[in-house]
Design a protein around this ligand. Structure first.
Ligand code: NAI
Length: 332
């Protein structure tokens, strides 16, 4: 029997991992996140399964190695929270789930955009209180507008294609251009500055890397078309929150929909409804009527959770069997 210690386990993680586990897997669930303080609790496990807020830095990885862990299985696509260089040096294998329903994330980006633009969240609250007034609920037609898709990987492409279905002109930016895909879908690649100047909607779909850290900051916000709607379902640190708040206060940015936030670790996924929110910038963002925030839930569909569980558990089984991992999943 091989053991997988699952950190930051939420009820949906537990349900989907249990539903897809086989008899040879022993699963141990920890509600708390992986950190140097909690790594020792992986003792006895062959592998740990972690998510976006777990901190697999060098210190933590050394501690995991020390208690006999051989495999770090990320149950997400992004891996900016794992020190891959340290993992390699320590002989730890790292895998991820590179694609789990990119449709789930792209569709959530659209859900955010439509909700924010047509003010559905505000209308819903009003109607529940028998306030049937329409004042302040004016949106705009998506049809005929220009969207900038930053990052045309799996999720960015689907987002672009959905937007094309709404009759939106799509400009795309990526370090690797796929001109054949763009031509087939009526999308045009352009430079970042050109897109920022032209787009009515900008949707972020690049991974978080040193190059994309604060891709949206004071400098790029100054170049952005006034009134722009900004959507981020990728990683919080793509946006400099301080600069964003400034641009919201002047009205330069027309609307912001976020599924991710720069300092989300320890806040998103938690029920803090009975507590005092300590993050002043998040508190400020929540006061803007034109800011819509969800708690990193773009992936949260039945299909995505099933794929995450299946790929994670299959890689765990392959490691035990000494066989190669599923294609494209191994990072170290
Ligand atoms: P992907 O790897 O398929 O695509 C990323 C694209 O970004 C690639 O085409 C790449 O060339 C491009 N890129 C990389 N660096 C760039 C740069 N400096 N400038 C411009 N383009 C650059 O990734 P995928 O599956 O589309 O996911 C994108 C991101 O979405 C992930 O990295 C992750 O952070 C986030 N994500 C968020 C989820 C959520 O629940 N909110 C769930 C899954 C992913």
């Amino acid at each position: 029997m091989s053991t997988l210690a699952v950190f930051d386990a939420k009820p949906y993680d537990i349900a989907f991992l249990k539903a897809n586990a086989s008899a040879e897997h022993s699963l141990v669930f920890h509600e708390f996140r992986l950190s140097p303080e909690t790594a020792a609790l992986a003792k006895g496990a062959d592998a740990v399964c972690v998510f976006v807020s777990d901190r697999a830095d060098r210190c933590c990885l050394e501690l995991l190695r020390g208690v006999g862990v051989r495999h770090v299985a990320l149950r997400c696509a992004g891996f900016n929270n794992v020190d891959l260089v340290a993992a390699k040096e320590l002989g730890l294998t790292v895998t991820r789930v590179p694609a789990y329903s990119p449709h789930a994330v792209a569709e959530h980006a659209l859900a955010l955009l439509l909700t924010l633009n047509r003010k559905i969240h505000r209308a819903h609250n009003r109607v529940r209180e028998l306030n049937f007034s329409l004042s302040g609920l004016v949106g705009f037609d998506l049809c005929g507008k220009t969207a900038g898709i930053l990052g045309t990987g799996k999720i960015g492409r689907i987002t672009a294609q959905i937007l094309r279905g709404f009759g939106v002109r799509v400009l795309a930016y990526d370090v690797f251009r796929d001109e054949a895909w763009a031509a087939a879908n009526g999308v045009s690649y352009a430079g970042l500055e050109e897109i920022l100047a032209q787009a009515d909607i900008v949707s972020l779909h690049t991974p978080l890397t040193p190059e994309t850290h604060h891709l949206i900051d004071e400098r790029t916000l100054a170049l952005i078309k006034p009134g722009v709607f900004l959507v981020n379902t990728s990683r919080g640190k793509l946006i400099d929150t301080t600069a964003l708040i400034k641009a919201l206060k002047t009205g330069h940015v027309g609307g912001v929909a976020l599924d991710v936030y720069e300092e989300e670790a320890g806040v998103f996924y938690e029920d803090l409804s009975g507590e005092l929110l300590q993050d002043d910038e998040l508190s400020r963002l929540l006061t803007f009527p034109n800011v819509l925030i969800t708690s990193h839930q773009a992936f949260l569909t039945h299909e995505a959770l099933t794929q995450i569980a299946q790929v994670t558990l299959e890689n765990f089984r392959l490691l035990q069997a000494g066989q190669p991992f599923l294609e494209g999943t191994q990072l170290a």
